[in-house]
Design a protein around this ligand. Structure first.
Ligand code: SF4
Length: 224
């Protein structure tokens, strides 16, 4: 199978298979909170914690700084273990957002200052920074986390390189050849490849027998 011009076909199959998927928040601070709550959690627990923060009106930097500590701890605790680490990360993020009220504007601007502005935020590795640029700042970029990297390479987009950053670049370049430059197109690719990597194309034991991409997938064909 040539990877050229197949991405849209693959995405259509994934869209039919999984249906609509939830989209990360568009507001930069809420997305930062969502990232912190996502680590070592499940989508269900993360969303419960985020909903509790919303009920407590704690989803702006100023509001989170003011919310009673007990309410904050209880809400964040719904995401699961590592409460202390999450609370510390949130406190650091609150300080950064309050000290830099223009951060949401900066990340919507040119790429270099945008990436620099995100550097100090805790628990926002390369994947988190790219998610922020794509979902909260409308940059047409592909966040490559472990799941996206694995699924894309198994499907023939990009190659394993000497380290994760280089591998991610290889995936991005390969995918970009087939994508129109719109943020919506990149959001769709990220959402479906990442979800597929968690639900079906798992690391150790991909469920190729039930995968809707089996016929088109070089890795699936090797494994049959
Ligand atoms: S066929 Fe297997 S390796 Fe290929 S995308 Fe599907 S689950 Fe992953």
């Amino acid at each position: 199978m040539s990877a050229v011009s197949t991405l849209e076909t693959l995405l259509k199959k994934l869209t039919t298979f999984y249906g609509p998927l939830p989209v990360p928040p568009r507001d930069p601070f809420t997305l930062f909170v969502w990232e912190v709550l996502s680590v070592h959690s499940t989508p269900f627990k993360r969303d419960a914690a985020l909903a509790a923060l919303k009920r407590n009106r704690a989803l702006t930097p100023d509001a989170m700084a003011r919310v009673p500590q007990k309410k904050l701890e209880e809400s964040v605790g719904l995401a699961g273990p590592y409460n202390e680490q999450r609370l510390r990360a949130l406190r650091t993020g609150v300080d950064i957002f309050r000290r830099a009220p223009r951060l949401p504007d900066i990340i919507r601007g040119p790429m270099v200052p945008a990436r620099r502005a995100l550097k100090g935020l805790p628990q926002m590795g390369e994947g988190g920074a790219y998610r922020m640029l794509l979902f909260a700042a409308d940059h047409p970029v592909l966040p490559v986390d472990a799941k996206v990297s694995r699924v894309a390479r198994r499907l023939g987009f990009g190659d394993q390189q000497g380290n994760f950053t280089k591998t991610a670049r290889s995936v991005r370049e390969s995918v970009a050849k087939q994508l129109p430059g719109s943020p919506d197109a990149y959001r769709r690719v990220f959402l479906y490849l990442s979800h597929h990597g968690g639900a079906t194309c798992t690391e150790g034991d991909p469920h190729c027998a039930v995968c809707p991409l089996f016929e088109d997938c070089p890795e699936g064909q090797k494994r049959k």
